[in-house]
Design a protein around this ligand. Structure first.
Ligand SMILES: Cc1cc2nc3c(=O)[nH]c(=O)nc-3n(C[C@H](O)[C@H](O)[C@H](O)COP(=O)(O)OP(=O)(O)OC[C@H]3O[C@@H](n4cnc5c(N)ncnc54)[C@H](O)[C@@H]3O)c2cc1C
Length: 450
């Protein structure tokens, strides 16, 4: 158990209303916290980088996730910049100038130039990685063929073994250490401005691998900071259905007899597809559980943060390349896992992303299998399809309950909602509104416990 910070007195859940804001504008710190209290913070850490760690720090807070905590006095301009770039307040698809006239566009899956089954050519890379190892293999190609100087992505957190932390990889060994999915809080962008500054000074370039939210944050930042496009050559994303709430994770650990504080390491998946969830404790115990024991046998069992339940882009709409799992129905079966070598579905969205895959294949890093169609992706990702169709109505409900709703562009949410029945849209909108009215989206003001 983490000790409670005595500086934090119990706080009533605090709600803000747009109307109240008009009458009495929120202070910069209150505006920052509103993203958190309305349940829209994903914990990417971009705000820490924008304000600087002397003003905002990503800290472990009472709900056991990482949230921004104001550690210095914030000004309105800084918080305005945070609102313009935060993936909780602004989400856009591929920049218009990168949408080629001959690209396809699917209502669900967005802009694409090529869809295919793909896997890492090296069996060890394929085995070790989450699915077919395409993200790891592309990172290896980019580094070893000297297309970029480093990869910015995520690896297991040293401080909190269930979490991720941002990682800069310059060697094969670094890249392999970071292979696999981190299904816990991961502040991939916590030092992005420092990294950009260093890259610009030393004339280095990099490729970025992250969740769709991370790519959104980076794209948003690029609209204000030219160093992003100057230094970041590629943006790769995994298709993301959300991560497990740390509270649910603690419950899972308790059920298998592991105390949170006893955790030494947690590998969510990899070493097979999906591979076992492997837990090591400080006293040397090793427990391996089936992926389905961890996540549950069906989607309804997934314990996700509110932000992930109303995600407008889980499919890497803004990435050059997005990589996904390929199980029919969205989950592996227990029987099928033993001999599954893993293959990714990839969505190549930009000309740059398509060229990257071609070059990596020609250099022997990647194997490309059969072509896919958007309807194949529907089969692999029914949860993404359902969410994409429902999000516009959920946003209507959230707005109705005076909660923060992200500004969106090029995500096709409205046309998708129009194709739904009125009854379906009403159900989604009312559900989200009730959830917000009952404050089930709400998080407490972030109170650090680390
Ligand atoms: C939170 C989360 C939710 C997901 N939900 C889905 C889903 O709904 N549908 C689906 O098809 N696939 C989902 N995946 C993706 C899937 O698990 C694989 O990551 C994806 O198929 C890529 O496989 P790969 O073998 O190429 O990855 P690998 O070769 O193992 O490479 C993974 C790369 O992602 C980076 N990474 C891992 N975790 C994080 C993180 N939390 N934040 C930033 N970077 C990270 C690593 O540094 C590594 O570079 C999810 C992954 C995560 C992390």
């Amino acid at each position: 158990m983490h000790p409670k910070n005595p500086a934090c007195s119990p706080q009533p859940k605090k709600r803000h209303h747009y109307l109240q804001e008009l009458q009495q504008p929120l202070q910069p710190e209150e505006r920052l916290y509103r993203v958190v209290t309305d349940g829209m913070c994903i914990g990417c850490g971009l705000c820490q980088s924008i304000a600087g760690p002397e003003k905002i720090q990503m800290r472990l807070v009472e709900n056991l996730t990482q949230r921004p905590v104001a550690t210095g006095s914030l000004d309105g301009e800084t918080v305005d910049r945070i609102y313009r770039t935060c993936p909780g307040t602004r989400i856009e698809g591929l920049p218009e100038e990168q949408i080629e006239a001959d690209s396809h566009s699917d209502r669900i899956w967005g802009v694409w130039r090529q869809l295919a089954l793909v896997w890492a050519a090296e069996p060890q890379v394929r085995y070790r990685s989450s699915t077919g190892g395409v993200l790891t293999a592309l990172a290896l190609y980019l580094l070893e063929q000297k297309e970029v100087d480093f990869i910015l992505h995520a690896k297991s957190s040293r401080q909190y073994p269930a979490f991720g932390q941002h990682a800069i990889s310059r060697t094969r060994a670094d890249v392999l250490v970071a292979a696999g999915s981190r299904y816990g809080p991961t502040a991939t962008l916590a030092d992005i401005l420092g990294i950009l500054e260093q890259a610009e000074t030393s004339g280095e370039t990099f490729a970025f691998i992250g969740t769709p939210c991370d790519v959104t944050g980076l794209r948003n930042l690029a609209t204000e900071d030219p160093r992003v496009d100057a230094c970041c050559r590629y943006r790769l994303a995994m298709v993301c259905g959300g991560f497990m709430t740390p509270v649910a994770l603690r419950r899972f650990l308790a059920e298998i007899g592991v105390e949170w504080g006893e955790l030494q390491s947690l590998r969510y998946r990899g070493y097979g597809c999906p591979g076992p969830t492997r837990i090591e404790t400080r006293d040397g115990q090793v427990i391996e559980k089936n992926y389905l024991d961890f996540w549950g046998d069906n989607e309804a069992a997934w314990q996700l943060p509110f932000r992930c339940k109303v995600c407008a882009d889980g499919i890497g709409d803004a990435a050059d390349v997005a990589a996904a799992d390929t199980w029919d129905g969205g989950s592996p079966t227990r029987e099928g896992q033993a001999d599954d070598p893993g293959q990714n579905a990839v969505i190549l969205r930009s000309r740059r992303g398509q060229a990257l895959l071609e070059k990596a294949e020609a250099a022997g890093y990647i194997v490309t299998g059969s072509a896919l169609t958007p309807r194949d992706l529907d089969r692999f990702q029914p949860h993404q399809v359902a969410k994409k169709k429902a999000v516009w109505a959920r946003f209507v409900g959230m707005r109705n309950a005076n909660c923060i709703v992200p500004e969106v562009a090029r995500l096709r949410l409205k046309p998708l909602a129009r194709a739904q029945s009125v009854a379906e849209n009403l159900r989604e909108a009312r559900g989200a509104r009730e959830r917000c009215r009952k404050q089930r989206n709400q998080e407490d003001l972030p109170c650090p416990i680390d």
